[in-house]
Design a protein around this ligand. Structure first.
Ligand SMILES: [Zn+2]
Length: 397
């Protein structure tokens, strides 16, 4: 049986088998004894179910032996080299396309940078050609693709499979585009369009074995700012939350939204550049030059600045930490993951954000884990694959 047909099946007879398959997918390789202990399925029934999965090539066994005479026990695992998920992530800077196995390991990836002349049509066509190449190189038929997980910055129209263009990506001629339909014309598979912040937090929830039930995943230190939240083990739909305009300073700096004291007015590239200009540290750069600079250009520029420049940039981390402490308090987060260009690439930025957040969380500081996560800058795209795959099973998060 094709894994895809098995996953898509709604037959009640198969639901228990799917549950067992999912347990092995998450925890394999496992022995029969372990399966009995954790799933509480009786031995004869378990034997029958395992045989059924083996017969359909959904499971494989290895290390066949007998524990009673000291040989290694038999291990069971899902088949990892037959069926795959495609992950796609469009950010402001680049597009990632990955081929993932069903344990969410990236088998191959291709990344291309987006410039100001890339249209969304061009990008979708390029994504299609990458998928075609991946299928050819790995000898995959469409039946071997379980689906595509597609993540991007919001807003999105999930049902319509459409990226809503509110503020421009780098290319000025982006328009609302039904990306899912455009891909489905060529690849008739399940495609889920998701928010990057949500898939990122899903990826880390999974990477930490679902141990932490309240997680805040902050993407910051860039042009914009976003946040993904797992609350009581479930993803909080992020579409309607506008973390960028959380007010952190009463009567503070004027924000592009017209209000004063928004987080984004301080801790974003625009906020930093404005502050550097106020201090006459980059007056020679025009607005247009700044807007056209790539993220890497700006990070390099910032890194090469003098002590005063560094101080100004690190000061913006204090505001970010303050905003973050509000989120930690609201969501009672225990695991806090920070990502983004300044967090990854600017010395001291991560630590300053954490220090600033902790000043506001004095009573809880011992129970908090601050980290850049396990999946780092692949969290979004892997999380899109996870969301797609898990959609075939009863909700676990
Ligand atoms: Zn604002």
């Amino acid at each position: 049986m094709l894994l895809k047909d098995f996953l898509e099946s709604r037959s009640s007879k198969l639901q228990e088998l799917k549950k067992l398959y999912q347990f092995i997918q998450k925890n394999g390789p496992v022995t029969k004894a372990e399966l009995m202990e954790f799933t509480k399925i009786k031995k004869t029934k378990l034997n029958r179910m395992i045989d059924e999965l083996l017969k359909n090539n959904l499971l494989k066994e290895y290390g066949i032996g007998d524990t009673s005479i000291g040989r290694p026990p038999t291990y069971y695992d899902v088949v990892l080299d037959k069926d795959y998920i495609i992950g796609i992530h469009i950010s402001r800077m680049a597009v990632e396309v990955v081929l993932c196995n069903v344990r969410y390991k990236i088998i191959e990836e291709e990344i291309f940078v987006i410039t100001s002349i890339h249209t969304l049509d061009f990008i979708i066509n390029k994504i299609k050609s990458i998928i075609r190449r991946l299928m050819k190189d790995h000898k995959l038929e469409i039946e071997n693709l379980i689906g595509f997980g597609f993540a991007t910055v919001g807003p999105i129209d999930r049902e319509g499979g459409m990226i809503i263009v509110r503020e421009p990506f780098l290319a000025p001629n982006w328009k609302n585009t039904p990306v899912v339909e455009m891909l489905q014309n060529e690849f008739p598979v399940k495609i889920m369009l998701e928010l990057a912040t949500e898939t990122a937090v899903v990826a880390e929830y999974d990477a930490y074995d679902s141990v932490h039930k309240n997680i805040v995943y902050l993407i910051a230190g860039a042009w914009g700012l976003g946040c993904g939240v797992i609350c009581n083990g479930a993803v909080l739909p992020g579409q309607n939350y506008n973390y960028e305009h959380m007010i952190i300073n009463f009567d503070g700096k004027l924000c592009s939204c017209g209000k004063r004291g928004c987080l984004i007015a301080y801790s974003s590239f625009n906020g930093i550049i404005q502050e550097l200009k106020n201090n006459k540290l980059i007056e020679e750069l025009s607005n247009a030059q700044v807007q056209q600079a790539s993220v890497n250009d700006l990070i390099e520029y910032f890194k090469q600045g003098d002590e005063k420049t560094k101080e100004i940039i690190l000061n913006t981390a204090d505001y970010l930490g303050l905003g973050l402490s509000n989120l930690i308090n609201i969501f009672q987060a225990e695991l806090i993951i920070l990502s983004g260009p300044l967090i990854y690439n600017f010395d001291g930025y991560f630590n300053r954000v954490v220090e600033s957040a902790l000043q506001n969380l004095k009573d809880r500081e011992n129970n908090l884990i601050f980290t850049t996560g396990k999946r780092k800058d692949r969290a979004v795209v892997v999380g899109a694959c996870i969301t797609l795959f898990e959609s075939y099973f009863p909700k676990t998060f």
